[in-house]
Design a protein around this ligand. Sequence first.
Ligand SMILES: [Zn+2]
Length: 227
Amino acid sequence: MCAIRRAPEYWTTLGSSKTRTSEQAIEGQRLIKQQLEELPPNTTVAFTDGSCMGNPGPCGAGAIIYNNEEEETIQYPVSNRGSILLAELVAIKLVLEKIDNYNYRNVKQLNLYSDSQSAIGIITLNWKSENYHKTIQEIKNRKKIGTKRHVEDNKCTCGEIESVEHFLLSCDNYSLDREKLRQSIYFKTGTLNLDLEELLNTEASADIQYAVSEFIDDTQRFDHLFV
Ligand SMILES: [Zn+2]
């Protein structure tokens, strides 16, 4: 698991979960398959996803694990009144719990794919989260997630406390990159206002997600993390 470094080209061509055509879905499957074939042999792969009807609202976590020739799916009702972030985090936690279970003793390396930049930031960069401390701690305790640097504290290099909101909306280190993000969002939505929830909504349009990933790429904030 690592924060994405470069927005893949296909983010602009595959639509979003709500608008995707069957041709786009097939193309998406082909691209993922191609990427998986490039992984070292015996890599265990998991995809996680959270979904939420309303935010907050009833939410659930899902995942699929591919281990050698076998696959296992996880579906789990998380809460009657939770958030998309909680669902995304629980999905990750469930995969790590499974991997610790004896059926998976042969796992040498797990590549876990989440589409939630907030979840990835919280787990790999110690971004501060207002909620869900227990779930986050449980994930970290599994120690399955490696980063090249050891994160000693949750301070940004500018001296402020690091958080998703700080990084995306206020850190002075990235003012220029943020202006570019603001312009991209303006062209796509007609609003100059950067809305945190909208930027992090994994069910938002692919255009918005692409703009956010470009911002992350421009800032090079994640370049010191492993890929
Ligand atoms: Zn900062």
